[in-house]
Ligand binder design. Structure first.
Ligand SMILES: Cc1cc2nc3c(=O)[nH]c(=O)nc-3n(C[C@H](O)[C@H](O)[C@H](O)COP(=O)(O)OP(=O)(O)OC[C@H]3O[C@@H](n4cnc5c(N)ncnc54)[C@H](O)[C@@H]3O)c2cc1C
Ligand code: SF4
Length: 487
């Protein structure tokens, strides 16, 4: 156990400071500043962990991260062992340490009557320190099987599955239709949340282990499902949930209304110095983002960095409370009012409103007509007399994703999509086609990076068992349990 009196001596959470808003709006670098004095704070925070008999943090984490163990090792400054325990359950703590909403922290036992241990920051510090000390080396397999695996999609689920299967000795190729590897880590999530150098150094590690990457290859077109089955012994479909939810209201056809995932990838390219012809940009415009979630916040931070005149983020649900509602007690992950770094930077969040129509001038959007709505009956009811207009020359739709397209490789493989847009699969991530497995958002619907990694690891274990008749690869959890926990 870390310091037995730690949680009594240090009652507050201490986190690294975010860079001043005025400074960080000038660039796309990560918002956190890491300083020397953070190390002492890190040790204090690790010492707050009580090494609970029943560590609820551990259950709160879809990966089953061994949190009390690495808290203890961090407190003892034994980073080489801490990184081993962290990697035992998570291929990419460098991604989750930056991007996870940390369900472990809302489940932390200390959180019952004190602020929870800063688990996510400790995780990030361990992996950053490990990279700095050269403790993260490639782990190539010590022997090769003669089996081949194709992983379709290079987001966190595909990368986790590929790394596990490569380390098990299989020859793994990752196919990605985009021009670069990483899925939403590359082209959805902005640099200010995770600089792409963290992704690139992981890809270097994976290449050194033997994983082959094939960007700019669209499965279903560049290679058919049938060809895939002929050439590979097993296939993991990790294609994400890429169909965006639309808003089919009057005026939707106007120019200047775009899906978030048409806008963010372009901004991620330019942030890396890659020129984009006819880029959608917020510069000098009144921007309205429809959708109050993470994707909307990423659009907000990006629009502010591009020099938007104003940014308004609309959300149909009412503003959540700042404290846990009674219906979502500890250790659940509660719906509370959260302030992402982008929200500190500017813009206005407007709750309980619905867009009735877009209006334009000369074929381009000029304003939105919105109504306040009452959600007390579980569906939006317009509040009479609340109609108003908001100016907008750029509208970004960030209302989530409805699933994976059936056309293309899914259809060619003879697979089915369920009523929620997910590729149908069994409890061990398998499909009706022998040797074809499904992981990540493609199988569970729009979700989180931590779930994608957990699913990639589990699907890899199933694929390995299929190929070799047995597996030593860990499977964090079964598909149905994953779904149950997420609902
Ligand atoms: C803007 C945005 C911000 C987000 N922020 C966060 C966050 O901060 N924290 C968090 O936990 N989660 C976040 N999420 C959710 C998270 O990114 C996803 O849950 C996660 O990336 C899913 O991983 P995946 O591997 O299943 O799919 P994806 O990351 O979507 O990757 C799927 C890949 O498959 C490729 N593909 C699809 N079809 C084919 C084909 N036919 N041939 C070849 N390649 C194909 C796609 O191009 C894509 O690259 C965010 C999502 C979005 C959209
Ligand atoms: S629940 Fe909190 S205090 Fe308990 S072991 Fe986990 S991190 Fe430590």
């Amino acid at each position: 156990m870390a310091d037995p009196r730690g949680f009594l001596n240090y009652r507050e959470r201490e986190l690294p400071e975010r860079r001043p808003v005025a400074v960080r709006l000038l660039d796309y670098k990560e918002v956190y500043e890491r300083r020397e004095e953070d190390k002492a704070a890190l040790t204090r925070q690790a010492s707050r962990c009580m090494d609970c008999g029943v560590p609820f943090c551990h259950n709160g984490c879809p990966l089953g991260n061994l949190i009390p163990e690495w808290n203890d090792l961090t407190w003892r400054d034994r980073f080489d062992e801490a990184i081993d325990r962290l990697h035992a359950t998570n291929n990419f703590p460098d991604f989750t340490g930056r991007l996870c909403p940390a369900p472990c922290e809302t489940a932390c036992v200390l959180g019952i009557n004190q602020p929870a241990v800063t688990i996510k920051n400790i995780e990030q510090s361990i992996i950053d320190e490990a990279f700095e000390r050269g403790l993260v080396a490639p782990q190539p397999p010590d022997h090769l099987t003669d089996r081949t695996v194709a992983v379709i999609g290079s987001g966190p689920s595909g990368l986790a599955a590929a790394q596990q299967l490569t380390r098990a000795g299989h020859t793994v190729a990752v196919f990605e239709r985009a021009d670069d590897i990483g899925g939403l880590l590359r082209y959805g999530i902005p640099e200010f949340k995770m600089e792409k150098r963290h992704l690139d150094r992981r890809l270097d590690q994976m290449r050194a282990e033997g994983t082959i990457f094939r960007p700019s290859t669209n499965l279903g077109t560049d290679m058919t499902g049938e060809e895939l089955l002929e050439r590979y012994d097993a296939v993991v479909l990790a294609m994400g949930a890429t169909i965006p939810r639309d808003l089919p209201i009057p005026g939707r056809e106007l120019d200047g209304i775009h899906q978030a995932m048409d806008y963010l990838p372009q901004a991620n390219r330019t942030a890396r110095g890659i020129a984009v012809a006819d880029q959608i940009t917020a510069q000098g415009k009144d921007v309205v983002i429809i959708g109050g979630g993470d994707t909307g916040a990423d659009c907000l931070g990006t629009a502010l960095r591009q020099g938007a005149r104003s940014v308004t983020q609309l959300e149909i649900m009412p503003r959540p409370s700042e404290e846990r509602p009674e219906s979502q007690p500890w250790p659940t992950y509660p719906m509370i009012y959260r302030v992402a770094s982008a929200h500190e930077e500017g813009g206005e969040r407007v709750y309980a409103v619905s867009t009735a129509q877009f209006e334009g001038e000369d074929g381009t959007v000029a304003r939105l007509v919105i109504d306040e709505v009452d959600m007390s009956q579980g569906r939006p009811t317009v509040v009479e007399g609340t109609r108003r207009e908001i100016p907008a020359q750029l509208v970004l739709l960030a209302m989530g994703f409805t699933g994976t397209p059936k056309a293309g490789v899914v259809e060619q493989l003879g697979l089915d999509i369920d009523e929620r847009g997910r590729i149908r699969r069994t409890d061990d991530f398998a499909t009706d086609v022998p040797g074809v497995f499904v992981a990540g958002d493609a199988g569970r619907g729009q979700s989180l990076i931590v779930w994608a990694i957990a699913e990639g690891r589990s699907a890899a274990a199933s694929a390995d068992r299929y190929l070799r008749g047995q597996t030593e690869l860990p499977a964090p959890i079964a598909a149905s349990t994953m779904q149950l926990l997420a609902n």
